[in-house]
Write a protein that binds this ligand. Structure first.
Ligand code: GAL
Length: 425
């Protein structure tokens, strides 16, 4: 109730109309064919820039990288970006897949130039954006930027893109942008008061996608509609990823809430179109190491984008070990592209299973509660059959055990035990 009330008041604050019962705007031919099927992603002949109906091929596995918002807020500068990009390379994180370096809100001024262009904040980006993107590219990384679909960005510190989609997409293309996070605030709801929120959102996402097409550069589109719980039902034709919940904050309850919201849309995700429970808070100081491992494990099980949100230049060994756990990353990045789903949730004791390309399963036993608990499941419940013995590889401790059927572990409060499960040789 509290959440619903908060959403409604947030929507009112932003000027969303409760009226408008028109049918969904989405006329995409195969929208209904997507659910649960991944076969539509072509392996060749991909239209170079298209979002409809195939996607654009830029996120065949969930995007990975860094974004400064969770740690630095609006204070990210060109120097920050360069330092993070260098660290991604020097630390080895780039080699593990963290290849996107993304700006968030606050990089540009409240007003456009006389020509209607977005203006980088000269205090933060004294030479504009292109040299920063060039620097990132020279390190073999990709460069991402933030824009808002409405009249302003969400913090109201910068101009929004509404009315300028093509101009902005073309500017981004000229700067060498590879990834656009399109935020969802100050939408033109009065102008389109005859449309439902979902229909308006689809129209705006489609228009921005078309603007990317018109720019001639392939750019990943991140539809950051954090307001509408139905985004996952329509966004897979229109963007490479979309938010499934409210902004994350650096505490366990927020991680839990965003995990639950994301998980309930597991059928909507697949190669080139991912549910996004928001960025990582690993390394930001508000959670125990155990809770940080939990976020990383759950995000991998959700096949979520893994966008580090910490100060990479100042990481403890333990934080680095979490972000660079290759087995957990491999679960997230598995080429089958199936999101994990819940087998059971008994009073906050979760069993999750994720099918992997080689036939194994990634299994997470997650204790949502404040007390340690033994969580138990079976080989058949997690979706495997046919072998007499199975190997359980614990991705956090490295221990390997075998079982005929029962999978059981003592799981710490707010913690996980995560196994890769497959037939034993
Ligand atoms: C929010 C968005 C966050 C972040 C923030 C910046 O609307 O969901 O991820 O981008 O704006 O102000």
């Amino acid at each position: 109730m509290v959440l619903v009330a908060a959403l409604v008041s947030a929507a009112m604050l932003l000027g969303f109309s409760a009226s408008g019962n028109l049918p969904s705007w989405d006329s995409s031919p195969n929208a209904s064919a997507r659910t649960g099927s991944f076969a539509y992603v072509p392996t060749s002949g991909l239209p170079p820039y298209a979002f409809v109906p195939y996607g654009n091929g830029l996120a065949l596995t969930p995007p990975m990288g860094w974004n400064g918002y969770n740690h630095f807020g609006y204070a990210v500068t060109a120097d920050t970006v360069r330092a993070m990009a260098r660290t991604l390379v020097a630390s080895g994180m780039k080699a593990l897949g963290y290849t996107n370096v993304n700006l968030d809100g606050g990089w540009d001024l409240p007003n456009r130039s006389a020509n209607g262009e977005l203006q980088p904040d000269p205090k933060k980006f004294p030479h504009g954006i292109k040299p920063v993107a060039d620097y990132v590219h020279a390190l073999g990384l990709k460069f991402g930027i933030y824009a808002s679909a409405g009249y302003k960005n969400c913090a109201a510190t910068s101009a929004g893109s509404f009315g300028h989609y093509q101009q902005d997409a073309s500017a981004f293309a000229a700067w060498g942008v590879d990834y656009v996070k399109l935020d969802w605030c100050y939408l033109p709801v009065r102008k389109y008061s005859f449309m439902s929120h979902a229909a308006l959102s689809q129209m705006l996402a489609r228009q921005f996608g078309n603007a990317i097409l018109g720019s001639g550069r392939r750019m990943l589109l991140d539809v950051n509609d954090w307001i509408d719980p139905s985004t996952s039902a329509w966004a897979s034709n229109l963007g490479n990823m979309w938010r499934t919940g409210l902004d994350i904050s650096d505490n366990y309850q927020s991680v839990l809430a965003n995990f639950i919201r994301d998980m309930s849309h597991y059928l909507d995700a697949g190669p080139d179109h991912w549910n996004d429970p928001d960025m990582l808070e690993v390394g930001n100081g508000g959670m125990s190491l155990n809770e940080q491992r939990t976020q990383f494990s759950l995000w991998a099980e959700l096949a979520a984008p893994l966008i580090a949100g910490n100060d990479l230049t100042n990481m403890s060994h333990d934080v680095f070990a979490i972000l660079t756990n290759t087995q957990v990353i491999a679960v997230d990045q598995d080429s089958l592209g199936q999101q994990g789903y819940p087998v059971t949730n008994r009073n906050g004791h979760w069993v999750l299973t994720k099918a992997l390309e080689n036939g194994d399963r990634a299994v997470v036993l997650f204790d949502q509660t404040g007390r340690p608990a033994v969580i138990r499941t079976t080989i058949s419940a997690i979706g495997l059959s046919g072998a007499t013995r199975y190997q359980l590889r614990d991705v956090w401790t490295g221990s390997v055990t075998t079982t005929k059927s029962v999978i059981s572990a003592l799981v710490p409060a707010h913690g996980v035990v995560m196994y890769i499960v497959g037939p034993s040789a």
